[in-house]
Design a protein around this ligand. Sequence first.
Ligand code: 4NP
Length: 154
Amino acid sequence: MIKILFVCLGNICRSPMADAVFEQHVTNANLDFDIKIDSAGTGSWHLGEKPDSRAILMAAKRGYDLSKLRARQVCAQDFIEFDYILVMDESNYEDLKSLSPVKYQSKLNYFMSFAPHFKQLNIPDPYLDDRFEQVLNMVEAASQGLLDHLCNKA
Ligand code: 4NP
């Protein structure tokens, strides 16, 4: 079992989209029993909330279901439990690096490192400027790259 945690700031836009999109890729590849997926935020403003309605709507248009997800904050146990902790941008990366015990820092990586053709490590925060479609395009590409990476390792 490989465990993957997606992390953004609020856990209501980018990381829930990553969670649901990657979950769908895993289901399509018949790997549900081998890969566990979760998402969390570095911030605490939205704890217990559903994803942003714009994220739910945009994802639903492409067949992804975000409606059952609820926001939570990253906790110390996450660094132990998850094999890959994949962040959406540089500020998530810096925040987690300062929270993580040194021995677990190698688990941290940018989600977009699995879509190198984008030449962009940061997934833009869509909360204020509505770039949900751009985020979904990036998340779909990185999901396919991550799945390929995991399958090549197996
Ligand atoms: P996310 O987007 O990190 O992709 O979930 C945000 C959601 C909420 C806020 C910032 C970013 N906020 O400041 O409340």
